[in-house]
Ligand binder design. Structure first.
Ligand code: NAD
Ligand code: NAG
Ligand code: NAG
Ligand code: NAG
Length: 414
């Protein structure tokens, strides 16, 4: 077959007219298609929370400071911890802007928050990628933030050993983008989500904030690098900074509105609580416990499990106590170490299901024993963990898991 250009050149005039009318039809079709697609887009946007409840009037509230109202930018607010933090902030009358690119979060969580707080000026959702400095700058230009809680990150130790660049980019580089935007637009209060993984595997337990940080996996290193940038920057600025180093986060909203729903593609990298529930629901055949020859009493790893409700309480207290030219660094944990075996037993009791357990080799990047000394945060922020019973935390989370077999169902399919 001849290419169309050489065919049209050799065609008589009538043939040219024929081609023209075909082109016209094609053109008309394109216009109709565009109109149709635009209508579909508007429909989808109207369905999406950011648009359905943010009127022009509501938007003005986000773009202007209002005396007595603290407007918090929550990055990663569609994720597990960020969504719980947003719920707590909204309950406490903060104004909240969530920025998330949904790479790992769930629009369903945002939708629930929008339904709980539909009044203008309470919550807005902005879909954006923090790696996009221009977009981030636009967001800071158009909104009047008083503080930032920076949760957005990739956060799976095992994955970080396989894809380190993804971690340095999405943790370290993106934190730099946020810091630069804050400095440029005069937003001077930062609550930063760090992790006990920045300590690596210290000789002495429990871990205090003075324990030297020698992270042993790319996740911990990327977070430590982000902390270092923030600390260096703080030395010559009037920022109010709180760095919270969380231990292992579990649980969910006691009232059952939110839960932990990683995306299905992340199951493989999943955290222990998710894996335990997946096993209880027979989505996976059993629990894979990786490593039984660690130098601990029962051979499995020891961790400090902190309930997400306590964790977000620490954020609100940190925000309230943040002071210009001051940096606060705090461990957020219960101070009690629990072995993986103990965790599995608590999970069996919480779910009432006899989960099958498979014992495997160690996985790279894990360390034997980690638990916190939480006395600094108790003394300085008057915070202590209240949900310290593993089984109770898991019961709450299990209730949500049972009701949400497919996690958050997105707005398009609900
Ligand atoms: N879950 C834990 O046990 C734990 C422990 C210590 C520290 N942390 C830290 O807490 C924070 C939140 O963790 P989580 O468990 O809620 O994780 P998560 O994956 O559920 O949430 C992270 C959110 O950030 C968003 N995000 C990621 N990259 C983005 C980007 N470039 N632009 C916009 N949005 C982006 C994701 O879409 C997701 O909604 C992270 O910083 C993590 O390192 C978590
Ligand atoms: C989310 O952000 C990352 C970069 O940080 C980017 O690579 C990814 O493609 C983004 N996802 C979406 C859906 O925009
Ligand atoms: C950042 O993370 C997102 C989500 O996992 C991923 O799609 C993207 O590739 C990452 N960016 C880089 C540069 O690795
Ligand atoms: C500390 O918190 C408790 C509640 O957890 C409260 O009763 C007490 O008044 C607080 N103390 C101070 C000094 O704020």
């Amino acid at each position: 077959m001849l290419p169309s250009s050489s065919r049209s050149r050799s065609q008589p005039r009538a043939g040219m007219d024929y081609l023209d009318s075909r082109r016209k039809k094609h053109f008309l079709g394109k216009i109709l298609m565009t109109v149709f697609l635009t209508a579909v887009c508007i429909f989808i946007l109207k369905q999406s929370p950011g648009f359905s409840s943010t009127s022009m009037h509501g938007m003005l509230k986000f773009s202007q400071h209002e005396p007595g109202v603290t407007h918090v930018l929550v990055t990663g607010g569609a994720g597990y911890i960020g969504s719980h933090a947003s719920l707590r902030l909204l309950k406490d009358s903060y104004r909240v802007t969530i920025v998330d690119n949904l790479s790992r979060g769930n629009i369903g969580a945002v939708k629930i928050l929008q339904e709980l707080f539909p009044e203008p000026g309470r919550l807005q959702f902005i879909f954006a990628d923090l790696g996009d400095a221009k977009a981030v700058n636009r967001i800071f230009r158009d909104n009047a933030f008083d503080a930032v809680m920076h949760f957005a990150a990739v956060a799976y130790v095992g994955e970080s050993t396989l894809e380190p660049l993804r971690y340095y980019h999405n943790i370290t580089a993106n934190t730099l983008v946020i810091l630069e935007a804050m400095a440029k637009h005069g937003v001077r209060t930062l609550i930063y989500s760090s992790t006990c993984a920045t300590y690596g595997e210290p000789d002495k337990m429990p871990i205090t904030e003075k324990t030297p940080q020698f992270p042993i996996n790319p996740y911990g290193k990327a977070k430590k690098m982000a902390e270092d940038m923030i600390l260096d920057f703080s030395k010559n600025s009037d920022f109010a900074i709180m760095i919270l180093r969380y231990f292992n986060v579990i649980g969910s909203d006691p009232e059952g509105r939110l839960g932990e729903a990683p995306r299905p593609e992340l199951r493989e990298h999943g955290r222990i609580s998710g894996a335990c529930f997946d096993a209880a629901r027979r989505i996976i055949p059993g629990l894979k416990v990786k490593g039984t020859d660690y130098p601990t009493p029962d051979g499995t790893c020891i961790r400090d499990y902190i309930d997400v409700t306590d964790l977000v309480d620490a954020h609100v207290k940190a925000l309230a106590k943040a002071k210009p030219r001051k940096v606060g660094i705090y461990n957020v944990g219960t101070g009690k170490g629990r072995s993986v075996k103990e965790f599995v037993e608590a999970c069996k009791k919480a779910t009432g299901i006899d989960i099958k357990v498979e014992y495997l080799e160690r996985r790279p990047g894990d360390y034997a024993e980690v638990y916190s000394d939480p006395s600094k945060i108790r003394q300085e922020l008057n915070w202590t963990a209240k949900y310290t019973n593993l089984e109770d935390s898991l019961k709450v989370a299990w209730r949500w898991q049972k009701k949400h077999r497919n996690g958050y169902v997105t707005f398009l399919t609900s």
